[in-house]
Design a protein. Sequence first.
Length: 535
Amino acid sequence: MPESGKFGIQGYNLVKLLKRLEDATARLEDVTIYQEGYLQSKLNGSVDNAKVISDAAAIDATAAPSTVDVTSTTDSATSKAPETAAQTEDPKEIIAFKKFIQDNLVPLSKLSDSVDPAVLDAVNTLKQAFEFEIQLIEAALISKKPDYTSKDFADAMKPLNEAVMKIGDLKEKNSRNDYANYLSAIADGAPLVSWVVSDAPLSLVSDFKDSAQFWTNRILKTFKDSDPNSTAWVKAFLNMFNELIEFVKQNLTTGLKWKADGIAFTDAMKQFGSEVAAPVATPAPAAGGPPPPPPPPPAAVFEVNDNTAATTSNEDGSMDAVFKQLNQGADITKGLKKVDRSQMTHKNPELRASSKVSAKTAPPPKPKKPTALTTKKPPRKELSGNKWFIENYEDETEPIFIEANKDESIFIGKCVNVLFQIKGKVNAISLSETDGCSVVLDSSISGLDIIKCHKFGVQVEESIPQISIDKSDSGTIYLSKQSLETEIYSSCSTSINVNLPIGEDDDYVEYPLPEQLQHKFIDGKFKSSVFEHVA
């Protein structure tokens, strides 16, 4: 390489190093100023200014180590920190949101402490999700709006998703708890934390409040006499929704407020990363305690990694080789192998059969999640209000009996290889997302709905007005003499057979439901009829 080229590369590396030095210095100044103001507010003036500056410098050296010596820059920045921190104030949105957390989530957490440990854990998880949203609001104020479908944004929202999932797990694990209604209310209302990414957060918060209010009404009904604190807890819980609606009305009516010419959202999140740890940080030691340990020594200013240098030289060498080949011109083909006439397929037909171009291979299928990693929910059979819920049963050897009344309805969902026997006259029955399940019922006032079921069986002992089948397959229905006039509606379903007791000695005769329809445009409208195959 000519000497001028070497000097050019060295000059480029030096400029790049100076740029990194300036970036590190600016970052360290920002962190120093923030830590100075934060420590001063925590100590409330009990520690002198010099000690606060040294603590902030120690935190900076630990949290943001650099490969350059910036000791002199740190000293000059910390001398200006008290004056700058005093002038810095949180935006009004941050102040209002912190007040919302302090006035609503903190009292709710105290009330939950007297209810049940699981309820307290769920409320504290919800509180931590709101505290994380302080960081989101701050980052949004200085950053441009990101793509909500991007991976970086999804990663930034992970703490909110994990909080909602944790609350849902607490609800499932404590489904038999006496205070399960509390956990159900929190779990149904917890997704309200997604208001930050909604263009209409007011309606979203209201919807989740209505969803949670179903369970709070049950709390008041169940614990009205046994636990007087239940009324105060429900009032505080619902008031949280009302106060969040007021906050959104006054500050962020369309969700997060973004800055059109701001920095990247991921950079802003890194800048406010220390805000997340603030609520759970270890409190400052009392006066008279041991001083913090000294910061680690700074790294060498121009410490060069041999691997980095080797990589750079290899890259430069490879680029030189590429340009050298391009400069060969027509001589670049000299290294190609000459093909003999006997190897040419267009002149030797017998070679064509053995030299077929293989079709483009399909991409490998995406691996499915192993069944061992799939979360299996516990079986559930409970009466909620006037509705039975039977879910998540698998491979039961004995029938599951349900004694129901005419004002009760029954929902059976996500069960596998189970026989259900329903005694008595019920209002309505729903069979949803089952596999290999059968239902034997006496009678129903409204009817039976079958949705997304595979290999199902239904036997009616008395009467039923109608049966609705949607997106199901491989089903068998047995009707009694009293239910011969039952109306059956089917859509997007296949292999459905209905058995009627109209044969000799009341034997059942099987009738398959039609699956193929014929549509004709007659007299200005479509007319549909069953298409029959005639032999």
